[in-house]
Design a protein around this ligand. Structure first.
Ligand code: URA
Length: 211
């Protein structure tokens, strides 16, 4: 993707006050019909500069395959482009020193990188946007409902774009499909059946929307 001068550097500058590392712009077929929006890079992604190449990436590949999609036909990006981290003790006693752990991006961090996602959506103009997890879904739509209430639905809605100190909405409506973030299955294996029911539903939508 070609970027207007200054956009990427401005976003990096706005992120400077926060505890984040690495930078991932996105990857895949920007001429394609489906955009996938994650939350933020993890450790592997931040090191390599590529989205979803760690454990969550393997799970994402599995779920995409189940829906009849391959990574090559998608454009994969995220709400925040740098890995938000916090320092945690390596063991309970604190004798092993400290390590960086992933954390969810906060509102300010999401806003700092908002123009990057706005630009990618405008450039790609995808037919379908798959939002992986609540952070992506809320950033895109402004809808604060729980993921379990919207899981696997196809929601036609304008998307949020940065406007001044806050967000406005696009004139155009996009088709947004919220899914659990692929890492959710690691923390909560009990949702596996829900996940696969939602993927079954999405498979049907994709057939209808993309043919
Ligand atoms: N989670 C994300 O949202 N993006 C990645 O690239 C990896 C994990």
């Amino acid at each position: 993707m070609e970027w207007p001068e200054g956009l990427v550097n401005d976003a990096k500058k706005k992120m400077e006050p926060f505890d984040v590392e690495g930078f991932v712009l996105g990857k895949g077929d920007e001429q394609g019909s489906v955009m996938v929006v994650g939350e933020a890079p993890g450790e592997n992604e931040a090191n390599k500069g590529e989205p979803f190449i760690g454990r969550a990436g393997d799970e994402l590949n599995k779920q995409l395959k189940y829906m009849g999609l391959s990574r090559e036909e998608l454009y994969i990006t995220s709400v925040v482009r740098s890995r938000p981290y916090k320092w945690v003790k390596t063991n309970k006693k604190g004798t092993g020193g400290m390590r960086k752990a992933n954390r969810k991006p906060n509102k300010k961090e999401i806003f700092a990188h908002a123009e990057l996602l706005d630009y990618q959506i405008e450039q790609m103009d995808p037919e379908i946007i798959i939002a992986l997890g609540g952070v992506a879904y809320e950033r895109l739509t402004g809808d604060k409902r729980k993921m379990s209430d919207v899981l696997g639905d196809l929601i036609r809605t304008p998307v949020q774009v940065k406007e001044g100190d806050g967000y406005g909405k696009t004139e155009k409506e996009y088709a947004i499909i919220p899914l659990y973030h692929p890492a959710a299955i690691f923390y909560n294996p009990g949702i596996k059946d829900h996940i696969y029911e939602s993927l079954d539903q999405v498979r049907v939508y994709l057939k209808k929307e993309l043919n």
